[in-house]
Ligand binder design. Sequence first.
Ligand code: ARG
Length: 503
Amino acid sequence: MAIIATLAAIPTLPAPFFLTPDLKPKRTMSDKSTLDSAQGADGGSNRMWGGRFSTAPDALMERINASIGFDKALYAQDIAGSVAHARMLGDAGILSGEDVTAICAGLEDVRAEIDSGTFDFRANLEDIHMNIEARLTDMIGDAAGRLHTARSRNDQVATDFRLWVRDAIDAAEDALKALQSALIDQAEAHADWVMPGFTHLQAAQPVTLGHHLLAYVEMFGRDRGRFADARARLNESPLGAGALAGTSFPIDRDATAKALGFDRPTSNSLDSVSDRDFVLEYLSAAAICAGHLSRLGEEIVIWSSAQFRFARLSDTFSTGSSMMPQKRNPDAAELIRGKTGRILGAFTAMSTVMKGLPLAYSKDMQEDKEPVFDAAETLMVCLTVAARMMANVAFDRDRLADAAGEGFTTATDLADWLVRKAGVPFRESHHITGRVVAMAEDKGCGLEDLEPGDLAAIDVRITEDVFNVLGVNNSVRSRKSYGGTAPENVRTQIAAARERFLS
Ligand code: ARG
């Protein structure tokens, strides 16, 4: 506070950066009329609510209060909500036909100004709702003042933001589908390529690359399900809840809900203006999805390392090092992994804002927008980059196959063979196989390289037939249980995934 006071007191210093939010785009025409019309009759306070005030807010008050720097992103939703509201007021006989026509035409002109970048967003008008209304007043006069009949900014912002988040969900859904499509195509191209499957990042059992890629298709499918669930719950209209208690005007909330593509109006006016579950649900679905993207990014980072060499990212999604000429860095995959923090952070921020708020609206809730805007943009960038990156990644078949056999990954196949062919109980076959692995380790060879005599020396029941299951290709071919890694399963799953996710 001391620093702020000192800076403000020195007239020659420019305003501190935090008092001059960037409100571009600027209108080129004179902004005087909007400024004047924003003031009350006394010239000091805000016309939208300034009736009971005698002086204008402190500059610092404006700084903490104004949301126009970011909520201008809601302009299209705000105009759509206002048009629906005005028409409904007209149909209900609350506004005259002329007023409705003037309001709707004026709102279209406002939209055109914002679209073209000539609209003058003003911090002293706080937010997008009041900026639009003030400009509408400049354009059409008194009729603009009737638009806010039977409405409050509280139900207005709740409506606008639901519409915005609904669009964000639809965009995420499309991007997830595109990512799944890229992964399914790659799974198809690599349905029978063997690679090591890992547990504890230790080679465990051979799997097919197609199977591994389809695992991500499942994850992203669940993400789509979560977004769809969130959308279904979100899709109720709070418009008409008023400030908190509803309104005495004979409004038709079903009509505005329908006009805005909502399934129905919300049932409780207090809940309507104080609920941000739709934000939390969107952000939690986004955070889980980002977690999946992060795991994919992590695997690409590992796979493209010199030690693994499973995958090679295309030049278009790699970067070089300014010092080390040999480097090829998987920056895109790393950033997909890293950006998870922002999205999870947005969820954390919003759940912290909402906890402990008494009903109904509190200004804390204005804090809902920036985390969502940032998370939505970040998620879209990550999903889009991931789709392109995965469509372009190249895999090294020989390297994957070699690695698939490293680390005695067919030991389970030997143990299963003893159960199936020699009637040995699994616990015992596990023990016998452990001794075979130890022998191979001693000899420095793979299980399939041991001599039949070596195997028989450990247990006479092991015959040469065992070599049919020891190769990695044999191993994956045998894993035909539902959901297993066998190439024929993978091909069936690819067809099913196209049906479930892409049709
Ligand atoms: N800019 C505000 C927000 O985003 C709009 C609602 C303001 N309502 C109020 N009662 N001050 O939350």
